[in-house]
Design a protein around this ligand. Structure first.
Ligand code: ADP
Ligand code: MG
Length: 391
């Protein structure tokens, strides 16, 4: 793999750079709730400022579907970035048109202009060439540092590259390298998967199946497999369309030694009582909400022998105290093994939340905050945001 990264750019002094970032941070009542995505973008920004470039920064925020929605203006992001950098950041409440260009003419080297929410323009979501051309006309060079949207066919990550020379930002390069390392794993690879939606997880199981020694399943995802194998799952989270998906995945091989299912679970019964049970003791009136202690032991044995670990999806409804233990145990095992001999990659919205909760973040080699994009890249789907910058 080759990355065309900004490290290979020379003479950036006074060059106008269109920098696509992912500053899609969680907001509440106009306030930024968690700025980790902005923190993560600072490395590329500082790199370019040190080279005396002129930065034109753009991001989306939320999903306004091509319409202006004042609540989703990126103005607060520009203000927060100014604070983080202790620099002036000029916000322009626009994306195209006559308003921008005179402002850009005034820019000096090492200055930053921040544009309005890319998704205020309908051309962003439709990957419109004219919109992409207009964005491109603002700058001399295009940099993508928004890995989290690089599985999307959208103007600011896809079509824009028709009109400007394109490079990878430092964060995007790191994300790509981390995932590539997991895709060419030092063996044995043990994959751990849980969470909710089988439709979004099936492509990942399929893609990681050949290289994995084991795929350890938990969460709502495992319920579908348990049911497929004829076990009672009671009132547990389950996707009624899952049977054909699993059939296809397993190619009807009923005996499957790679896919490992829970041997015990934590359930809530009809009366609201919480118990751990062997998997064949689950009743119609029970709800499975976590993996059980014997399953944790079984998975621990396998995790401890891995040289590469990939984890996506919690083992249970970890947001509730009673049902967090399986997920917390996996987080600790993953952290212990990755801080030792194995290479550990984890990602997914709730998986990252669970890792944060466990206090184990720093011990895992790479935690991707790119959710859907990480899953897409691991599933070997098309990545329109990476063409021309990753080969
Ligand atoms: P990620 O964002 O990490 O990819 P998902 O979005 O697939 O993960 O799923 C996470 C959600 O699945 C969590 O909010 C968790 O509460 C829920 N979940 C996991 N296992 C169960 C279960 N057995 N019953 C109900 N919800 C579950
Ligand atoms: Mg999620």
């Amino acid at each position: 793999m080759k990355i065309r990264s900004i490290n290979s750019l020379r003479n950036l002094k006074d060059k106008k750079i269109f920098l696509r970032l992912d500053f899609n941070v969680p907001m509440k009542a106009g306030k930024i709730k968690d700025d980790y995505k902005m923190q993560a973008g600072l490395e590329t920004i500082n790199f370019l400022l040190n080279k005396k470039a002129k930065l034109i920064i753009a991001t989306h925020l939320g999903d306004p579907q091509g319409k202006v929605d004042k609540k989703l203006s990126t103005a607060p992001l520009a203000r927060h970035l100014a604070k983080l950098l202790s620099l002036n950041v000029k916000f322009i409440p626009s994306l195209t048109g006559a308003k921008i260009k005179p402002e850009l003419l005034k820019m000096k080297s090492g200055e930053i202009t921040f544009l309005e929410n890319l998704r205020f323009h309908p051309g962003e979501l439709s990957n419109d060439n004219n919109f992409a051309k207009e964005l491109a006309s603002l700058a001399d060079v295009y940099i993508n540092d928004a890995f989290a949207v690089s599985h999307r066919t959208q103007a600011s990550v896809s079509a824009i590259k028709k009109y400007l020379p394109a490079y990878a930002g430092l964060l995007l390069a790191k994300e790509v390298q981390a995932i590539q390392r997991a895709l060419k794993p030092k063996k044995p690879l043990v994959t751990i998967m849980g969470g909710a939606k089988i439709k979004t997880k099936a492509p990942l199981i399929k893609s990681l199946y050949p290289a994995s020694k084991f795929i350890l399943l938990g969460g709502g995802l495992a319920n579908n497999f348990l049911k497929f194998y004829g076990l009672e799952i009671g009132r547990s989270l389950y996707d009624k369309d899952s049977l054909p998906i699993i059939k296809k995945l397993l190619k009807n091989k009923l005996k499957n030694k790679k896919i490992i299912l829970p041997i015990d679970v934590v359930i809530k019964d009809r009366a609201g009582k919480i118990k751990s049970k062997k998997i064949n003791e689950v009743k119609k009136s029970d709800t499975i909400l976590d993996i059980g202690p014997e399953t944790v032991n079984l998975y621990a044995e396998k995790i401890k022998k891995a040289q590469t670990l990939i984890w996506n999806g919690p083992m249970g409804k970890f947001e509730e105290t009673h049902f967090k233990h399986g997920t917390m145990a996996i987080a600790r095992l993953m952290a212990a093994r990755s801080s030792g001999r194995a290479y550990g990659l984890a990602g997914g919205g709730e998986t990252v939340e669970a890792l944060k909760m466990s206090g184990m973040m720093e011990h895992v080699d790479w935690i991707s905050t790119a959710g859907g994009a990480m899953l897409a890249y691991l599933s070997k789907e098309k990545m329109p945001g990476l063409t021309k910058i990753i080969f």
